[in-house]
Write a protein that binds this ligand. Structure first.
Ligand code: GRG
Length: 309
């Protein structure tokens, strides 16, 4: 494996996605200004950008240009930001702090935050559907993949499971299922959308692999993504116990305050760390037949459980 330049790669991806998001979002000085300002506040300037970075890394692993996953990366982050705005609302988690700043409904007001979250969702699908860098078949497949990942069968369904679990004792399988939906679905979609770009080349270009090979590659990448998606949430659970509010940018200890089942609460802190490590090892094993192009995916897997925010 080549030397780990994850830091510079992440900085490059973050700068790129910031530009794409900035251009995709409506200008703050156009009407309705307050809605547009709330949308921009919720999306721009902070956030780790893990889902876009994963899409760019998966593009690198499959030999796809970053231009062809810019729309996917932006759409993923718009849906993610929308979910955070809604999650923080008084009717859900009722949080004051997000990404180290007041939550959207605190900085604006509840109705504006609710509507800004809605507008971010529709914008995500508009960005994908109108992307000039992908042929119509790729756009449609990406729209469908993201809708499935975000909706009732994915992240939103996971959020409902999460709400239903408050104050209840969950076993590990139920908690895993919740995390796979709430957090894992979008992370899997990030990798899958890059695989769609690889399998749906622009008009006039031939696919770079035969269909059976492409299917095997997509399956391996999906296993990788499913493992790191779960590991990401286990690490999130651990940061809620071990992290510092000032560093993680949201209120630490919130899970315990809401009596939420988490990996550390069910397994203990040490076993939760071991579970996260085992998931990352399984993710890395799935990439064993991939070449150096997959190194960024490998580095991200390690970063997921080493991160402190
Ligand atoms: C938008 C379709 C749609 C539905 C909204 C409220 C809701 C339904 C879903 C909430 C899902 C949710 C809050 C998932 C949490 C996932 C998670 C681990 C968030 C933290 O992600 P990071 O660490 O955050 O990537 P940053 O701030 O770095 O982007």
């Amino acid at each position: 494996m080549s030397e780990d330049p994850l830091g510079p790669l992440m900085a490059q991806c973050r700068a790129r996605i910031e530009t794409v998001l900035d251009a995709s979002l409506p200008a703050a000085d156009t009407s309705p200004e307050r809605l547009h300002a709330a949308m921009r506040y919720a999306v721009l300037g902070s956030g780790k950008r893990v889902r876009p970075i994963l899409a760019y890394a998966a593009a690198r692993a499959t030999g796809v240009s970053w231009e062809r996953v810019d729309a996917a990366a932006a759409a993923l982050e718009l849906i993610h930001a929308s979910s955070l705005v809604h999650d923080d609302l008084p009717s859900l988690d009722d949080d004051d702090l997000r990404r180290g700043r007041p939550t959207c409904h605190k900085a604006f007001d509840e109705a504006t935050a609710l509507l800004a979250g809605d507008a971010l969702q529709t914008l995500a699908f508009e960005v994908l559907a109108t992307d000039p860098h992908n042929p119509p078949a790729a756009r449609v497949a990406m729209v469908a993949r993201l809708a499935q990942a975000a909706g009732a069968g994915g992240m939103l369904g996971g959020q409902v499971l999460d709400l239903a679990s408050e104050g209840r004792q969950l076993d590990l399988d139920a908690l895993k299922n919740l995390h796979q939906h709430k957090t894992g679905a979008l992370i899997r979609a990030a990798v899958a959308m890059a695989a769609i770009a690889a399998d749906t080349p622009p008009h006039g270009q031939a696919a770079d692999q035969d269909p059976a090979q492409a299917q095997a590659r997509a399956a391996a990448m999906d296993h990788y993504a499913a493992c790191i998606g779960l590991a990401f949430q286990v690490q999130d659970d651990l940061l809620d116990v071990e992290g510092d509010t000032a560093v993680i940018g949201k209120t630490s200890g919130a899970d315990a305050a809401h009596h939420k089942a988490t990996y550390p609460s069910l397994l203990g802190v040490e076993a939760a760390h071991a579970a996260a490590r085992a998931l990352v090892d399984s993710a890395l094993a799935a990439l064993r037949d991939f070449g150096a192009g997959a190194d960024p995916l490998r580095w991200i897997a390690d970063y997921i459980i080493a991160r402190d925010r």
